[in-house]
Design a protein around this ligand. Structure first.
Ligand SMILES: C[S@@+](CC[C@H](N)C(=O)[O-])C[C@H]1O[C@@H](n2cnc3c(N)ncnc32)[C@H](O)[C@@H]1O
Length: 225
């Protein structure tokens, strides 16, 4: 499936709620998707702190209220039997479950990303109000009765890899999704085009350089492999 650009470049400030191009025709899809992976621009209560995506000076990306994310017409894009992988911040777990349901999926399981240092220990440079977060969660949901493909039965639900740019997720997840869940595949809120996937998001077009600064010491740029 062609990786058609979604809404194009970064939206102007305050234009976070529209969802242009989130339909099968604009996505270049000949049929409904078997799997969706999404990493939404969750809005936190504290929008001024340095870790907030919309911190004015760091200007990383616009955010959306959880209700806006849940209201996106994702269900209309998905096959009657399909899978959803949804990144959700630890503090917004309940919102993640609400979004999963809004998109027509039933929560089934989760995958945990453990952020590690070069020596394999926990990378404690993260944030957290109650605990220092060194993990992030991917909620896994199914629509209709659909188990994971055969490799899923031996796939452990833990990924351990190093952090990169702000909010950048590990590329290892793509391999897991491709092995465990059926196509065609769609990534929502994507930052880079990816072969074999339809992508949608403000920063998903090939010519768009994602906003935000790279972490010192981590490799940036489009996914490899
Ligand atoms: C959490 S980031 C995704 C990070 C990505 N998964 C990665 O690993 O690099 C959320 C993305 O959603 C985009 N975005 C924000 N508001 C949007 C909207 N209303 N419609 C489409 N994309 C939006 C942001 O520009 C940002 O690229």
């Amino acid at each position: 499936m062609a990786s058609e650009p979604g809404p194009g470049g970064p939206a102007p400030e305050g234009a976070a709620t529209r969802a242009p191009g989130l339909d099968l025709v604009s996505l270049g899809a000949a049929e409904r998707f078997g799997t969706v992976l999404a990493d939404p621009p969750w809005r936190f209560a504290n929008r001024t702190g340095k870790v907030a995506p919309e911190h004015r000076r760091l200007s990383r990306y616009d955010t959306m209220a959880s209700e806006e994310i849940a209201a996106l017409p994702v269900g209309e894009l998905m096959a009657a039997r399909s899978h959803c992988y949804l990144w959700v911040p630890n503090a917004l777990l309940a919102d993640g479950l609400m979004v999963l349901e809004g998109w027509g999926f039933e929560y089934k399981a989760n995958l945990v990303w453990h952020k590690v240092r070069k020596d394999g220990g926990s990378d404690g440079r993260g944030v957290g109000f109650y605990f220092r977060n060194v993990t992030e969660l991917v909620l896994f949901g199914a629509r209709g009765r659909l188990r994971t493909l055969a490799p899923g039965r031996s796939q452990v639900n833990l990924l351990a890899s190093r952090k990169r740019e702000h909010s950048r997720k590990p590329d290892e997840l793509y391999g897991i999704v491709e092995a465990c869940s059926p196509g065609p595949r769609l990534e929502l809120f994507a930052r880079y085009p990816r072969d074999g996937w339809a992508v949608w998001g403000h920063e998903s077009s090939p010519g768009v350089v994602p906003r935000g600064k790279a972490h010192r010491g981590y490799r940036g740029g489009p996914p490899v492999g």
